[in-house]
Design a protein around this ligand. Structure first.
Ligand code: HEC
Ligand code: HEC
Ligand code: HEC
Ligand code: HEC
Ligand code: HEC
Ligand code: HEC
Length: 418
């Protein structure tokens, strides 16, 4: 339904893969990787293996829940297990102050086994030199190394230059001593060796900038593609005050805010078959035939408005996806909208005043990280933060007046990167 792959330059993909292989795949055992990815994708927002987070630490769960079938059932659909009144899970649910866990109907038994295997075999990463004990440290060490290599290369280049200079001076001295005619030293800007070296250095620096530029290429601030149906957020979420969550309910409970299917549109457009509101003007200044656009909704649903019945299967609307993070970034709407209480408009702009959606934020790493550094979390009243005892004590003792997202780990690499 949504065109995921639009406009992603292949070169950038390759470049990123290379970057990420060096940066992120460090230290992972291949065998555990599928389970680890599944865990990170689906469970990592709420669970850690060895620490309580929104949900309990999963370490040793197979000893606590010996019935494998029950455990699978819980992971796939905890709501059903709770509804069945299972005593262990009912108690657990109450102990966790009735925080609901997501349901994962699409996980297969093999996938759940892979996750459990990952949990079973999980070993806390050994801290890199310098201490610290978060899984980020291995990766941080790696990127520090890269900086170190860079610095070493520079030092070597400088040493090489100096040696060349010394060398030519020595040669001149030797020549003088032997009474050989010595020509004036060539000024450095005409010296071929220097020129070659400088070219190489400029080439490398240029390469770095070009690759940075390529990474930025896919950032599509102000991206506003033409959609198959001219659907106006201003008409729906603005004038008619329809709640964002009516159509993007996923934002409250999952990673994805998701785009509504045409059935959702038909809840209203079975009866609203023409547009009678204020005229809508397109980008090019011409007036939109909005009733014709509603007819497209009917066509997509296979609905015959004259007969007031569904006459065919219809076909899904192929909305063009606007916001798109690279695959190596983890972003969860629920974490921001529900736990963090961030308004949609903070990240998406005044959507309720836009006829057509336009990407207003850069979606760069800096954008995410800056907000995490600056934004204070509603610490005292939010049950998601009850695990941070230290901060709670500091607030009580008045040695701390606020907690930022960064304080609770929001700038750790592995929180945002798979
Ligand atoms: C939205 C947060 C959330 C997500 C996502 C989530 N869980 Fe949970 N999970 C919880 C909470 C909270 C509990 C505690 C019981 C409760 O309150 O529902 C829990 C309990 C559990 C338990 C029981 C633990 C025990 O000690 O007995 C298991 C097993 C579990 N989750 C596995 C998973 C797996 C596997 C995934 C990913 C496929 C996952 N969870 C995703 C929140 C979550
Ligand atoms: C009646 C249903 C409906 C309501 C209400 C609604 N939207 Fe949408 N939204 C859509 C549809 C359909 C699309 C896909 C077409 C498009 O991009 O315009 C969409 C697209 C979006 C996108 C861009 C998705 C992408 O591709 O990246 C954002 C962001 C968004 N909506 C945010 C909001 C916000 C914020 C609100 C509340 C102010 C809201 N929506 C209310 C139906 C709705
Ligand atoms: C909660 C009710 C509701 C839902 C759900 C809804 N609409 Fe609408 N829609 C309206 C109303 C109200 C109008 C304005 C009618 C008027 O002013 O005459 C409208 C107008 C329109 C128009 C003409 C104006 C414009 O936006 O270009 C289109 C096209 C349209 N809707 C498409 C959609 C699509 C596509 C969906 C599903 C993603 C959808 N609607 C879901 C209530 C709804
Ligand atoms: C903290 C910033 C932030 C907030 C708050 C936020 N979004 Fe998003 N939204 C994003 C990012 C980043 C993406 C791109 C996600 C991706 O590509 O995986 C996105 C993507 C979307 C999409 C495209 C479909 C999808 O899920 O990828 C829709 C629709 C959307 N957001 C709607 C909403 C609505 C509605 C709200 C409020 C209830 C909201 N967003 C709140 C940052 C945010
Ligand atoms: C407008 C501010 C804002 C922006 C922009 C933003 N975030 Fe956040 N983010 C928050 C807040 C507030 C929280 C705290 C929510 C919570 O965990 O309770 C958070 C939490 C998170 C967490 C969980 C951190 C943890 O310690 O558990 C992740 C992961 C995350 N954000 C990823 C992203 C990514 C990726 C982006 C960029 C695409 C992004 N965020 C952009 C405000 C923002
Ligand atoms: C708050 C979320 C967040 C955190 C924390 C974070 N990143 Fe990122 N990172 C992103 C986003 C979003 C992108 C994608 C930027 C883009 O597409 O332009 C990204 C991109 C990258 C890239 C690809 C190159 C680039 O600049 O686009 C690398 C490499 C990277 N991050 C490494 C790291 C490392 C190393 C850390 C820890 C020091 C880290 N990231 C911490 C969100 C985050």
């Amino acid at each position: 339904m949504i065109d995921q792959g639009v406009q992603r330059p292949i070169a950038r993909g390759t470049l990123l893969s290379v970057l990420l292989i060096t940066l992120l795949s460090f230290g992972n055992k291949l065998s555990a990787q599928d389970g680890q990815k599944l865990f990170n994708d689906n469970c990592g927002t709420c669970h850690k293996v060895d620490k309580d987070l929104t949900g309990p630490a999963l370490k040793g769960v197979e000893d606590r829940v010996k019935d494998k079938k029950l455990l699978h059932a819980w992971i796939r659909n905890n709501q059903a297990v709770l509804a069945s009144g299972d005593p262990y899970f009912t108690k657990l649910y109450n102990d966790w102050r009735k925080t609901p866990m997501n349901v994962f109907p699409s996980l297969t038994d093999e996938e759940i086994d892979a996750i459990l295997k990952y949990v079973r075999e999980y070993k806390a990463p050994v801290a890199a030199a310098g201490g610290g004990n978060t899984p980020a440290d291995g990766k941080m060490g790696e990127s520090d190394n890269m900086i170190l290599y860079g610095v070493l290369t520079l030092i070597l280049a400088v040493v090489a230059l100096v040696m060349l200079g010394v060398n030519s001076n020595l040669k001149k001295l030797a020549d003088d001593k032997d009474g050989l005619p010595s020509h004036e030293p060539i000024p450095f800007y005409r010296n071929k060796t220097y020129i070659a070296l400088i070219t190489v250095i400029l080439f490398v620096i240029g390469g770095v900038f070009v690759s940075k530029g390529m990474i930025g290429l896919d950032r599509r601030k102000n991206y506003e593609p033409v959609q198959p149906i001219f659907y106006s957020h201003k008409v729906h979420a603005g004038t008619n005050q329809i709640n964002c969550l009516y159509c993007h309910g996923g934002a409250m409970e999952s990673k994805q805010a998701s785009i509504p299917s045409v059935n959702v549109c038909m809840n209203c457009h079975m009866t609203i078959t023409e547009y009678t509101g204020a005229p809508i003007y397109k980008e090019d200044g011409t007036e939109l035939d909005a009733t014709a656009e509603i007819k497209k909704v009917h066509a997509a649903a296979g609905y015959d408005a004259a007969k007031k019945e569904y006459t065919s299967e219809g076909k899904p609307v192929e909305w063009v996806k606007i916001h798109n993070l690279p695959d190596h970034v983890f972003f969860s709407h629920a974490q921001h909208v529900k736990a963090g209480k961030v308004q949609c408009q903070t990240c998406h702009g005044e959507i309720n005043n836009m006829h057509e959606v336009k990407q207003v934020a850069e979606l760069s790493m800096g954008w995410c990280v800056n907000c995490h550094r600056e934004t204070k979390v509603d610490f005292v009243d939010n049950k998601f933060y009850s695990i941070y005892e230290k901060y709670h004590n500091e607030i009580k003792n008045k040695t701390r007046d606020s907690v930022t997202v960064s304080d609770i780990g929001g700038t750790e690499c592995q929180k945002c990167h798979y």
